[in-house]
Design a protein around this ligand. Sequence first.
Ligand code: NAP
Length: 642
Amino acid sequence: MTTSRKIEPLPQDDDAIRKALKDAHLPSLLPALAQITGDLSLLRNDLMPDTALLTDPQGGLPPEKQTEAQELAFKTLAAWRDAGSVVADIPTHSEVRRMMDYLIGEHVSDEYLPLLLEELAFADIDARAPQWHKETINPGRSLRVVIIGAGMSGILAAHRLNQAGIPFTVIEKNEDVGGTWFENTYPGARVDSSNHAYSYSFAQKFDWPYHHSPQEVLLEYFRNCATDFGIRENILFNTEVLAATYDEARCIWKVSVRNANGREEKIEAEAIISAVGQLNRPKMPDIEGLSSFKGPSFHSAQWDHEIDFKGKAVGIIGTGSSASQFIPHLAEAAREVQIFQRTPNWYAPAPNYHERVADGFLWLLKHVPTYAQWYRFWLFWAISDGFLPMVEVDNSWKPGDAVTGKGNRQLRELLEASMRKQLATRPDLIEKALPDFPPASKRIVVDNGTWPNTLLKEHVHLITESIEQITPRGVRTEGNNEHPLDILVFGTGFQASKFLTPMKVTGINGVDMHEQWDGDARAYLGITMPNFPNFFFMYGPNTNIVVNGSIVYFSECEAQYILECLRFLLDSGTQAIDCRAEVHDAYNERIDAGNLKRAWGVSSVPSWYKSDSGRVAQNWPFTLLEYWQQTKQIDPDDYILT
Ligand code: NAP
């Protein structure tokens, strides 16, 4: 089972331990050792990571301290093994907090502690699992749920419903689970957060082969999860939801689907969970002559693996996260690469982006109990709420400024220095590739130097003149410049702000979901909206995070809240809950105000974070903690109860 964390006994061979320790992530190893031995004196002040250098692979420990920590770890592990490898009792909360304080170099506040304990999932305790079962609350009540989509969120929702004994059917348009990881098979596709963190808290896996695993590894993880959770037989594959209509008289959703045979069917359910993702409908650009190109052309999410790029002139429209991953691969094979860039990107340096997990590190994860959890905790914290000041908008900010405030200036200096250094030999490229807008105005692309190295290749051309037309032979840019091409690839992103497109969803009094949104999707907590009783979103409006946290964490919070809503229905005998308009509106006012204090909210550069009206429809502007607190339980007063 891929999601298991079976620990293997430490061998008698001391050299094997010493060898592995050379690859250890020491800041998270010492709390693990303190935990298994129960000896908190291992958390020595002089070996404490530096808070300011959390993202440094060794937390800023100087080399001599690293050697000392390795020696301490060796002696501790050898003695623990020789004494029978008995894991100490589960630590008390105050002991765990002491370990956390050590690891992050500051005192964990009372409010963060319960959240972090959940994330750590010690002793494989799945604290977010429903601690109740339909059979014991209301066995006679019909509560069927349709989940739309079997990607990361849909698998999670299905698992939670399964645990709670609530009958459910998952409708999946593809032939297998995985969502974005099933569809995006372009060369170079990989996760840009560390996958030790980008995975379910209750299904952690220590043997990831890479720090940022390629698409096929992520897909295998989600496939295995679906199998291990026992939800596969509830999934209707190759089946697409066309419409959903609420029958007020019966408090029932009627879901129209097109099944694998192409026939339309209706499925009834008391509740719907939409888990369709935000980045699942490819967006083709609105450029004149789009379909006139005579050579092969396709979108990155619909990669044509039959095409051989060897010796060909290839054009790419778009330079976002997807294009930045596949262009370096095309540049390996193609004779000529023309990159059409409309807006430059900021690139965040991630030296281990393509690195395999070192053998010794993997060995320690396998042999030292709790080490994997502490490493995940480290990653969780390192990319957590501490990043928010870097994207804050100061009161002095005005449109056109290159930074939004003090923290943002520091971020800019870091990213700019890195880009200038990597492109130092080509001032012309610096001119074209260095953004003049504040970092985090749009998605920061993760990179390990591959992108600038690609741009520096002689046969790669970065074209910044705007595109006038796509022609049968290539692309014409302003000034009547023709760029002849054999193949044209669109890395033009997704229809992110058009939530649930192209489904037709009809709620109370025949109101159409898209008409109610009027091009600007909103929801309460990103999960419910007025006039659509018992309809829940996962990864809905304003639940995307930009710099802090992993999207899996958000989905786990959403699943927790939705399950609480369903429990409320069972417990109270309420047929349906419908979000109160005033609660929804007040919430969204706060979200909008919050986003206007973030770089992505005030900047005018194009990004998939915004709807056509310019409102930020995707992003959550506050802390991870706040979302966790708000989604912990349902307040019935937020809803009209039927
Ligand atoms: P994207 O970030 O929306 O990038 C689309 C690109 O196409 C942009 O460079 C955009 O330019 C350009 N474009 C769109 N329409 C255009 C037009 N009419 N003319 C010229 N250029 C045009 O899409 P993406 O790269 O697919 O990434 C989307 C998101 O998916 C990412 O931000 C990330 O959250 C996720 N993703 C994650 C990973 C990962 O985890 N490894 C990998 C890929 C994607 P403008 O900037 O001017 O709009």
